[in-house]
Design a binder for this molecule. Structure first.
Ligand code: SF4
Length: 254
C-alpha cells in the first residue's frame, strides 16, 4: 500500500485534483481519506440505522448498491492500519502527514498556501495549473509505504530522513528501499509491527507452504491470516449489562 497526501488552504483545488487523479488512474485499487473540520451528519438522527450506529463500535449500513462502514472517530494511523489498497490519497491531516513522513502535493493560489511548503512536498501546484500525467508520475515515484516512524534504520536513515532524501532524489533512493515495502503486514492489537526482510521471508514462505498444501487453494495473490492469542469468543466473562433508566429505555422502543 502506498500513500500520498494533498494539502493546501481552503478552495485551492485539493478535492478537484484528487478527483482528476481518480479519473485518470485505473488498474489499481485506490482509497481516499478526507479530513473535514465541518460537522458531517452521516445519517439522520432517529432513523433505525442512526440508532444502531450510535450505540455500537462499528455499524455497517448496506443498501444493496452501497455499503457504509461507520466506526468511532479514528486517527490517521488507525485508519491506515485498517485499510489495504494499492494507493491511498489523503486530503488534509496536515499535522499527521508531517508526523508520519507522508509525501504530499501542495496546492497554492497566488502566494496563499506557500507557508505550508516543507521538505516532504513532492510538487507544488499553483493556481490549479498542472499536467495530470506529470502529477501521476510523481505519485507513482514518490508515494511511500507508511513507515509509522519505525526508524529501524534498514534503509540507512531514520524514516524522516529517508522520505526527505527520496523526495530530493538523493543517493538514488526509491520508496522500495524501505523495509515496509516488502515486509509482511503484522498487526498486534491493531498496532502495526515491522519485520525485517529476513524474518518477513521466513514467515511468508512458511505460511505460503502451509496454505498451498490446503485443498482448493489456487495461486492466491494475497493471503491474510488473523487470530486471537487466546479465545476471545466467550462473551460471558466479558459482557457487562448496563442499567438504563426506564424513561430512556422507553424512548428507544419501537
Ligand atoms: S527502512 Fe523504512 S521503516 Fe526502516 S528506517 Fe528506513 S524508512 Fe523507516
Amino acid at each position: 500500500m502506498r500513500v500520498i497526501g494533498v494539502i493546501g488552504k481552503k478552495d485551492t483545488g485539493k478535492t478537484s485534483i484528487i478527483c482528476d487523479i481518480l479519473k485518470h488512474v485505473s488498474g489499481i485499487s485506490v482509497a481516499t481519506i478526507k479530513k473535514t473540520h465541518h460537522s458531517v451528519e452521516i445519517d439522520t438522527p432517529n432513523t433505525d440505522s442512526y440508532r444502531m450506529k450510535e450505540n455500537s463500535n462499528l455499524s455497517v449500513l448496506s443498501t444493496g448498491t452501497k455499503t457504509g462502514f461507520y466506526y468511532d472517530g479514528m486517527s490517521l494511523y488507525e485508519i491506515l492500519s485498517k485499510i489495504d489498497y494499492d494507493l491511498v490519497i489523503i486530503e488534509g491531516f496536515k499535522e499527521e502527514l508531517i508526523k508520519y513522513n507522508i509525501p504530499k502535493i501542495l496546492m497554492v493560489e497566488g502566494k496563499r498556501g506557500l507557508d505550508l511548503l516543507d521538505n516532504q512536498v513532492i510538487m507544488t501546484i499553483e493556481d490549479f495549473k498542472y499536467d495530470i500525467k506529470e502529477v501521476i508520475s510523481e505519485i507513482t515515484d514518490k508515494a511511500v509505504v507508511p513507515t509509522y516512524n519505525f526508524n529501524c534504520g534498514h534503509c540507512g536513515y531514520n524514516c524522516k530522513q529517508f522520505v526527505e532524501k527520496m523526495i530530493k532524489g538523493e543517493n538514488n533512493l526509491k520508496w522500495d528501499r524501505c523495509v515496509m515495502s516488502y515486509s509482511i503486514k503484522i498487526t498486534a492489537d491493531d498496532k502495526i509491527i515491522p519485520a525485517n526482510p529476513f524474518v518477513s521471508d521466513i514467515i511468508k514462505n512458511t505460511i505460503k507452504g502451509l496454505i498451498f498444501s490446503l485443498k482448493s487453494v489456487e495461486n492466491p495473490q494475497k493471503i491474510t491470516i488473523s487470530f486471537d492469542d487466546e479465545s476471545n469468543n466467550d462473551l460471558s466473562n466479558k459482557i457487562v449489562v448496563k442499567t438504563i433508566e426506564n424513561e430512556k429505555l422507553n424512548s428507544k422502543k419501537n
